[in-house]
Design a binder for this molecule. Structure first.
Ligand code: PHE
Length: 464
C-alpha cells in the first residue's frame, strides 16, 4: 500500500471532539450494563461508589490517555514509542490496547445488532401483543436464529465501517454531530415520560438514597471495573481520539466534560428504566433481560407504547454505533500509522477480520451447539461461552491492565517537563498536582487491588 506518510486527520472543532468522545463513552455500558449492575448491587450506595471510581480513577486515566494522544499525535502503539523509543516494551501496552479494541468490537457488534432487530420489531408493533413473561421466549427464539444473528452482526459492522471510512472529521465527527444530539433528545424525552409513572418515586429513592447494608466488596470491584469500560479507558480509544486534537484544546476541560456527560447519561438510563420496572413490579433476573425483554414488553403497554419502544431501541443503537466507531478507529489508526496503509482498504480489511472473529459470538447463544459450548472457566465453578468469555477477559483483565500501565507510564515514567505543557494556567497547576498524585498512587494501587482480588489472592482479607 501507500509508501507516502498520509497527513493525520483532525477534529474540526472542540465540540467535534467532545461529541465524538462522549459518543465513544456512552454506549451499551451506560444503557444496558449500568442499570443492571446498579439494580443488582442495591442502588444508591453502589452509585456513590461508582461516582468515586469515576472521579478518582477514571478521570485521571482519561487525562493521561488524552495527554499521550495529543502530545504524540499518534495511535496507541506509536504514542508509547514516541515518548520512550529506547524502551520498546512500553509499546506492548499499545499493542494490548489495539488487540482489546479488536476483541471488544467483535462481540459489541453482535449485541448492537440485536438492537436493530428490536427497533424493527418495535416498528412492526410486535411488543404490543406480547405479555412480559413471553418476551423472554421471543428473545431466546431470536438468539437461536443463525441467519438473523449473522445478518445484524454484518449490518452493524457495515454501518460502523461506512462511518469510519470517511475519516476523522468527515466521518466520525460528522456522524457524531448527528447521532449524539439525537441520542440526548431521545433519552431526555423517555426519561421525562418514565418519571411520570407511579414507580418514579421509588426509582428516585432507589438511585439516590444510599443503603450501605446492600454493599459488598464485590460491588466495589464491579464499580471500578465498569468505570473503565464506560469511559472507554484502558485500550487507547481516548488516546486515539486525543491524537486528533488541535494543540490549543484544553485536555482537562474536555476530559472532564466527557466523564460528566457519560455519568449523567448512565444515571438517566436508570431514571428511565427503573420507574417502568417498579411500576410493573417485575423482578429483573438477567442482565440481558432488562433491555431485551422487560423494557420493550412493558413500554408497549404505555400510551404510544410502540413509538416509545422504537425510540428506545434507536437510542441504544445510536449509542452503540458511536462507541463502535471509536473501537474500530483504534484498530484502523494503528494500521494507518504503524503499517502506513491507506485508510480505506485498512478499514475494510481490519473490519472484515473483526467481523469474522465475532461470528462465533453471533452464533454462541444457542444457535450452534459447537459455538454455544461453555468452555471458559471464570472461576467459582462458572463457565462462559465464546461471547461472554471475551467480554470477561476484555472488561475484567485487558482494560484494567491497560489502564494500570497507562497510569504507571504517565505517573512514574514521564517527567514533569514532558507533561506540564498541558497544564498552562494557575488553576491547571493545582489540578496537575492532584492529578499526578492520584495517577502515581491511588489509581494504580486501586486497580492492582481489584486484579489481585479477582485472582483470589486477597480472599483472606476480603472474605465476604
Ligand atoms: N464506553 C463504551 C460503552 O460504555 C464501550 C467502549 C469501551 C467503547 C472501550 C470504546 C472502548 O458502551
Amino acid at each position: 500500500m501507500s509508501e507516502i506518510k498520509q497527513s493525520r486527520g483532525h477534529w474540526g472543532s472542540r465540540l467535534g471532539f467532545v461529541l465524538a468522545a462522549t459518543g465513544s463513552a456512552i454506549g451499551l455500558g451506560n444503557l444496558w450494563k449500568f442499570p443492571y449492575i446498579t439494580y443488582e448491587n442495591g442502588g444508591g450506595a453502589f452509585v456513590l461508589i461508582y461516582l468515586f471510581c469515576i472521579l478518582l480513577i477514571g478521570i485521571p486515566i482519561m487525562l493521561a490517555e488524552l495527554l499521550l494522544g495529543k502530545r504524540t499525535q499518534s495511535n496507541p502503539v506509536g504514542a508509547f514509542g514516541v515518548f520512550r523509543p529506547e524502551q520498546p516494551v512500553w509499546k506492548l501496552v499499545g499493542v494490548l490496547g489495539v488487540f482489546t479494541g479488536f476483541v471488544i468490537l467483535s462481540y459489541y457488534s453482535v449485541i448492537a445488532g440485536w438492537t436493530i432487530e428490536y427497533s424493527m420489531k418495535a416498528v412492526m408493533g410486535q411488543f404490543s401483543t406480547v405479555a412480559p413473561e413471553k418476551a423472554g421466549e421471543m428473545f431466546v427464539a431470536f438468539l437461536g436464529n443463525p441467519y438473523k444473528q449473522m445478518l445484524w452482526h454484518f449490518v452493524f459492522m457495515a454501518m460502523t465501517v461506512a462511518i469510519v471510512i470517511g475519516g476523522v472529521s468527515k466521518g466520525i465527527e460528522r456522524w457524531s454531530k448527528i447521532l449524539m444530539p439525537a441520542l440526548i433528545a431521545i433519552i431526555l424525552f423517555l426519561t421525562f415520560q418514565a418519571l411520570r409513572l407511579d414507580g418514579a418515586r421509588q426509582a428516585v429513592v432507589f438511585i439516590f438514597n444510599p443503603d450501605f447494608s446492600q454493599l459488598t466488596s464485590h460491588s466495589v470491584l464491579e464499580a471500578l471495573g465498569h468505570a473503565f469500560f464506560t469511559l472507554s479507558l484502558g485500550m487507547g480509544a481516548m488516546l486515539t481520539y486525543g491524537s486528533y486534537m488541535e494543540k490549543k484544546v484544553d485536555i482537562v476541560k474536555a476530559g472532564v466534560i466527557v466523564a460528566v456527560m457519560d455519568t449523567v447519561i448512565a444515571i438517566m438510563a436508570c431514571l428511565m428504566m427503573y420507574p417502568i420496572i417498579f411500576t410493573n413490579k417485575v423482578e429483573v433476573k438477567e442482565s440481558i433481560g432488562i433491555i431485551f425483554t422487560s423494557i420493550p414488553a412493558l413500554l408497549a403497554r404505555l400510551p404510544f407504547g410502540n413509538m416509545l419502544a422504537v425510540m428506545f431501541f434507536l437510542l441504544v443503537c445510536f449509542a452503540a454505533l458511536t462507541s463502535a466507531i471509536s473501537l474500530l478507529e483504534v484498530v484502523v489508526s494503528w494500521g494507518v500509522d504503524e503499517l502506513n496503509w491507506r485508510r480505506k482498504p485498512t478499514t475494510l480489511l481490519l473490519a472484515s477480520v473483526v467481523f469474522a472473529f465475532g461470528v462465533p459470538s453471533a452464533l454462541c447463544n444457542g444457535t450452534l451447539p459447537l459455538f454455544s459450548a461453555k468452555f471458559f472457566p471464570k472461576g467459582g465453578g462458572e463457565w462462559l461461552n465464546y461471547l461472554d468469555a471475551w467480554d470477561y477477559l476484555a472488561s475484567n483483565w485487558f482494560l484494567p491492565i491497560g489502564g494500570f500501565m497507562t497510569a504507571v507510564f504517565v505517573g512514574w515514567v514521564l517527567k514533569k517537563e514532558e507533561v506540564i505543557g498541558e497544564f498552562p494556567s494557575k488553576t491547571h497547576k493545582v489540578i496537575y498536582v492532584v492529578w499526578r498524585f492520584l495517577l502515581k498512587f491511588l489509581t494504580p494501587v486501586g486497580v492492582l487491588v481489584v486484579m489481585l482480588y479477582k485472582l483470589g489472592a486477597l480472599n483472606f482479607i476480603m472474605a465476604k
